[in-house]
Design a protein around this ligand. Structure first.
Ligand code: AMP
Ligand code: ZN
Length: 119
């Protein structure tokens, strides 16, 4: 079934509590936790509890949950005190763009200068 947990998915295991994570916020539909390999002083991942392989497939199937992910990205930025200085929300999509975990997730990056265009 679309959205069902996948046995071999790292982020489904974090949702279920089978793998530890430093959780900073949780809602009924989302979990936000610190990236294990941070690329900025603030680097938090916001994921839906439902399993979809990327943000576009989540948006197509569950648009309100994708909206929840984005709202939570903003809440994380406020909580981490990077909203004022500016932050970036990134959805790497596809291996060629650096996606390594195929469970939709938003990177929230802040706390340092962020170049444009991104690399
Ligand atoms: P992406 O490369 O866009 O698919 O992002 C996956 C992110 O997950 C990377 O930034 C990893 O550092 C991060 N990551 C991998 N394993 C874990 C973990 N166990 N806990 C927290 N973050 C993780
Ligand atoms: Zn998953």
């Amino acid at each position: 079934m679309p959205g069902e947990p996948q046995a071999d998915c790292l982020f489904c295991k974090i949702v279920k509590g089978e793998i530890p994570a430093t959780v900073v916020r949780e809602t009924e539909t989302t979990v936000a936790f610190r990236d294990i390999n941070p690329q900025a002083p603030t680097h938090v991942l916001v994921i839906p509890r439902l399993h979809y392989p990327d943000a576009a497939s989540l948006a197509a199937a569950e648009p309100t949950v994708l909206a929840d992910v984005l709202r939570e990205a903003g809440e994380v930025a406020e909580q981490e005190k990077v909203a004022g200085t500016g932050y970036r929300v990134v959805f790497n999509t596809g291996a060629g763009a650096g996606q390594t975990v195929f469970h939709a997730h938003a990177h929230v990056l802040g706390g340092r200068g962020l170049e444009w265009p991104p690399g």
